[in-house]
Design a protein around this ligand. Structure first.
Ligand code: AVI
Length: 339
């Protein structure tokens, strides 16, 4: 993979992204041979142009895609178990959500804090101005008493300004961490840890390993929405890099490997073909059956979660799962002695 999924939910517009776009497409077909069966890969950051974001909204509502509704139910039904970790005393807190989207799920948690009269400011951060506008509207109508300070930013690069003395509670939900490999995940977690103070916490939503068939169905739904989401990547490359992918000649393929817990998505070339790119003045050749690796969606076991906490310098303090143990809300704390 080539660059962090930092630009989700917005089309490729600014100079930085244009540079990353070019880096990404260069790495798509490396100059040097890569000893992998599938050397071609694209960053999953590419998914979230306007159409991709729309398709992802549909994915989240699919019967097979259990992640969103399970997480939402945990936030709604288990707030009493979470709040002692998030708000253990009277100190005012900043609830910093990294990649909030439109804040639908977090509204439930904010309501729980508000009802318990916790002095909290919700600071959602997202790269999509559109999502933050939706979030503002949602809170104005459904929880107008909540202190709200949305931040337009990229959580791989930015962090909301917070006043000294306030407890920071960071949140990374939706199993978004799973779209990074272990190295990328640890790098992001270490960055988050560096912004927190001793005793501050991170709330993570993580998808867990389970029946492989259940996981597989979530990424290969009967209606074909996930397939359209994956193929939309090629449409975006055509539009933004002057490529000429024929979407009818690539097929969505999703594969879950129980050995490493990785759900992987691919686009498979159904015929031998050549695709050109005017921006890079290059051609890309595909053998029949050759795959482009487009996304990793990591599923975690408890030992994997504990290992990640250790590698990134957190204490693993609380883990709440749904009754089927299919999804977890995890609270990690930055150790008090600042180790
Ligand atoms: C955003 N991310 C956590 C989703 C996932 O489950 O990996 C993206 C997604 N890709 C296909 N379906 C959903």
């Amino acid at each position: 993979m080539t660059f962090d999924p930092a630009t989700r939910h917005q089309p490729c517009r600014d100079a930085d992204e244009a540079i990353r776009t070019r880096q990404s497409i260069r790495a798509f077909l490396p100059d040097k041979p890569v000893p992998r069966a599938t050397p071609k890969a694209l960053s999953s950051a590419w998914f979230y142009d306007e159409e991709g974001s729309r398709l992802f909204q549909r994915i989240m509502a699919l019967p097979e895609y259990y992640l969103t509704r399970t997480e939402h139910a945990l936030l709604r039904d288990r707030a009493d178990e979470l709040l002692p970790w998030l708000a253990p005393d009277d100190r005012p807190l900043d609830l910093i959500e990294l990649g909030s989207g439109d804040g639908e799920k977090t509204l439930t948690l904010c309501r729980a804090l508000h009802e318990r009269r916790v002095d909290a400011t919700y600071r959602p951060m997202d790269v999509s101005a559109h999502a933050l506008d939706e979030l503002r509207r949602r809170f104005a109508t459904q929880l107008p008493g909540m202190a709200l300070e949305p931040v337009l930013g990229d959580y791989f690069l930015h962090w909301p300004a917070t006043a000294p003395g306030r407890r920071q509670v960071a949140m990374l939900l939706g199993s978004n961490l799973g779209n990074l490999d272990e190295r990328g995940a640890v790098a992001l977690l270490q960055r988050i840890r560096a912004h927190l103070h001793d005793g501050d916490v991170l709330l993570l939503g993580l998808d867990l390993v389970k029946d492989p068939r259940v996981i597989h169905a979530a990424y290969d739904d009967a209606e074909g929405v996930t397939a359209a989401f994956n193929l939309n990547l090629l449409r975006r490359l055509n539009r933004e890099l002057g490529m000429n992918f024929d979407l009818g000649r690539f097929a969505h393929f999703a594969s879950f490997n129980p050995l490493d817990g990785a759900m992987r998505s691919f686009l498979v070339s159904t015929v031998a073909q050549t695709v050109s790119c005017t921006v890079l003045d290059r051609e890309f050749h595909f053998a029949r059956g050759e795959a482009i690796y487009t996304e990793q969606s990591q599923k975690y076991s408890v030992p994997m979660i504990e290992r990640l906490a250790q590698l990134s310098g957190f204490e693993n303090t609380q883990l709440i799962t749904d009754p089927d143990a299919g999804y977890a809300l995890v609270v990690w704390r930055r150790p008090v002695d600042g180790r």
